[in-house]
Write a protein that binds this ligand. Structure first.
Ligand code: CMP
Length: 510
């Protein structure tokens, strides 16, 4: 028999012609339906080529009636079987099933094709008279070699399938593994591919994803996909944090920004106070994970402009050294101005209105500056605290506890008002709780200052008692509709009562 005849006979026996026809058909179908998957045709082409290359070798061995014929024919037919399985899988998963609306995960396709190929190899081997399963089962060394070499591969396949089945990671998710963050573009039988924002593709073995910690960015159960971002900036701490926060939040919420979620709205917080500046952070929720840096930039720009409009400069990390010559003149001028301010404030407070200038001077010296942030409690009902507050700016709410354990607001006080006088003068426990409704600036007057004053001029006790009694009686008169006579009687009684308490508290004689 000539080589040519042997070749034709071998090709007919192996049905190689069908392989070529199948390859051409797959090419055409793929071209018509899923041309973007054409790269997957490569393995079928390579396997078919290997088969076709081996065919002439087999033909030569047939002519020579060589003893090695079986050893050459087996791989030739195995390549043919694998090429057919590869083409079948390609047609099934890229052309047929998607047409029927069924999309299978890529890893499942790979595993099914691989499993079918193994079955095909065993079937071909057995037809050719080789018992592969017997060889593998009886050779302990071969089994061990295959077992070891497949250990990682199997781990990756099982890992990939587990990821798909429990839905922990899907194609399209943004994930972070160690230092790498990117979008999952493919989950294959061996690896998961992620594309980073730097235009890189990182290949992560599935086994690694299963063993290590993976962060899925922007995912929270029952919530839309959005990821909280932090944008930092520094502002000199001489600017009120509440002003900075309010104006930055207003700037970020007043007009929508692309890729910034409406809900929750962006917010601004003061994160730290350093030597020369306050460190602030804007937190916003990013809706498109790919646009992190550009959106940060837009948010940062808005913050810059808003601060600039308000005349608040951004601070840079620096050690600011303020050199001020503390001359005697400067000190005197400063304290004169402050003293003047205190005297003006005291002049407007009814409680001190009838004191002499000298007495007011004494009080002015003893005043202490006491600022409170909105929401802070300035005094608590029932507390023992012997000082009063004069409000310079802001608003407070005076609240009294009711029998059912709740609190009722009885008054609101603002600039020029004072409170806490009862405890200061009589030593009684606080009769009400006072809470700051806004940021509040106060002067605080302590018992020791008043005590010195009373020791020097005990008559002040009478003046103060009268003012307090009048204040109290005026309220009662309106509430209870007292006439002039009843009002006077009540005033005398209250004044006597208060005077007695003041004298007792400060240890003054009759
Ligand atoms: P004192 O009792 O020392 O502490 C709580 C303060 O709240 C109290 O002094 C008063 O100055 C003030 N206060 C209590 N009740 C009222 C009220 N009805 N209206 C205005 N101020 C009040």
């Amino acid at each position: 028999m000539s080589i040519w005849q042997a070749l034709v006979q071998e090709a007919l026996q192996a049905r190689s012609l069908w392989l070529v026809v199948g390859l051409a058909a797959t090419f055409l179908i793929l071209r018509a339906t899923a041309w973007q998957e054409r790269r997957r045709l490569v393995s079928a082409v390579v396997l078919s080529s290997l088969h076709l290359v081996l065919l002439p070798v087999v033909a030569i061995l047939v002519v020579r009636e060589s003893a090695s014929l079986g050893m050459a024919r087996l791989p030739c037919r195995i390549f043919l079987a694998m090429a057919l399985v590869s083409m079948g899988g390609l047609l099934l998963f890229t052309a047929l099933l998607p047409r029927l609306g069924l999309r299978t995960p890529r890893i499942l396709q790979d595993v099914l094709v691989a499993a079918t190929s193994i079955v095909a190899i065993f079937a071909v081997a057995s037809r050719e008279g080789f018992n592969l399963s017997g060889i593998i089962a009886t050779s302990a060394v071969l089994t061990a070699v295959i077992g070891f070499s497949l250990q990682d591969t199997l781990g990756n396949i099982i890992g990939g399938l587990a990821l798909q089945l429990d839905d922990s990671i899907k194609v399209g998710d943004w994930i972070k593994v160690g230092d790498v963050a990117g979008k999952v573009t493919d989950i294959r039988w061996r690896y998961t591919a992620i594309e980073t924002r730097n235009w890189e593709t990182v290949i992560l073995p599935n086994g690694m994803l299963l063993k290590g910690q993976v962060t899925v960015l922007g995912r929270r159960a029952g919530a839309p996909q959005q990821w909280r971002r932090w944008v930092w900036f520094n502002v000199d701490f001489r600017h009120q944090p509440s002003d900075v926060i309010a104006l930055v939040e207003d700037a970020l919420r007043s007009a929508a920004i692309e890729c910034v979620a409406k809900e929750p709205p962006p917010n601004c917080i003061l994160m730290d106070l350093t030597e020369s500046y306050g460190r602030y952070a804007v937190r916003y929720w990013l809706t498109d994970m790919a646009a992190d840096d550009p959106t940060d930039s837009v948010v940062r720009t808005r913050v810059c402009f808003a601060l600039r409009r308000a005349g608040i400069p951004l601070s840079i990390p620096a050690h600011a050294i303020f050199l001020t010559e503390e001359s005697e003149d400067r000190k005197t001028a400063k304290s004169r101005l402050e003293h003047q301010r205190r005297m003006e404030v005291l002049g407007k407070v009814e409680l001190f209105g009838r004191l002499t200038d000298a007495d007011r001077e004494e009080i002015a010296h003893g005043l202490r500056h006491a600022p409170f942030a909105s929401g802070e409690t300035l005094t608590r009902q029932g507390a023992i605290a012997h000082w009063l507050y004069i409000i310079l700016g802001g608003e407070v709410s005076v609240r009294v506890g009711t029998v059912d354990g709740l609190e009722r607001e009885v008054a609101r006080l603002g600039p020029g008002d004072f409170f806490g006088e009862m405890s200061l003068l009589t030593g009684e426990r606080r009769s009400a709780t006072v809470v700051a409704l806004t940021n509040v600036e106060c002067f605080r007057l302590d018992r020791s200052v008043f005590e010195t004053l009373l020791q020097r001029s005990p008559d002040i006790a009478e003046v103060v008692a009268e003012i307090l009694a009048r204040r109290r009686v005026e309220l009662v008169a309106v509430r209870e509709g007292l006439d002039q006579e009843a009002r006077q009687r009540r005033l005398d009684a209250d004044k006597r009562d208060l005077l007695g308490k003041i004298r007792g508290f400060f240890g003054l004689g009759e």
